[in-house]
Write a protein of this length. Structure first.
Length: 157
């Protein structure tokens, strides 16, 4: 029985404390969330899971396959993350902030906050441009460093 406990990885006391605190916070949030309308929250959660698994995952797969083929990345698979990562982050931001980006809830947003929702589309486009620009700069830096190491003479020991 003792060798079984030796195989179980146990973190430091600080890691265990942080893990316990995160579980306590998640439990508190779950109780608060489910207190008012537990059926509505459960339906929303199941609906979101079904939408993700049955609609969005196939769309992700088709888009990723098109990206790999479009970049000719069957041979150059190392280029794919420089498009995949900013696309995923931009898509996630669009998914989360879609009602405000599309302007569908502008009246409710203005009445609740007193602020205009006109800035969300421009900010999302700016963040998307920064994400793709940063990925392009990282790719250029990587290609430049690779070229520099190819042209460098071998070190003499």
């Amino acid at each position: 029985m003792l060798p079984l406990f030796r195989r179980i990885p146990v973190g430091s006391p600080m890691q265990l404390l942080l893990l316990a605190c995160s579980f306590a916070l998640a439990a508190y949030a779950g109780v608060r969330l489910l207190a008012d309308d537990w059926l509505g929250v459960a339906l929303w959660f199941v609906g979101a899971a079904l939408l993700h698994d049955l609609v969005l995952v196939p769309l992700y797969a088709v888009a990723d396959r098109a990206l790999v083929r479009g970049l000719g990345a069957v041979r150059r698979r190392d280029l794919v993350p420089y498009v995949r990562v900013p696309t995923a982050l931009s898509g996630l931001l669009l998914l989360v902030w879609f009602p405000l980006i599309s302007g569908r809830v502008e009246v409710r947003y203005r009445s609740a906050t007193g602020l205009s929702a006109d800035v969300f589309l421009a900010r999302w486009l700016l963040i998307t441009a920064v994400l793709f620009g940063g990925a392009a700069l990282l790719l250029l830096l990587r290609l430049w460093l690779r070229r520099e190491t190819k042209h460098r003479p071998p070190a003499v020991h």
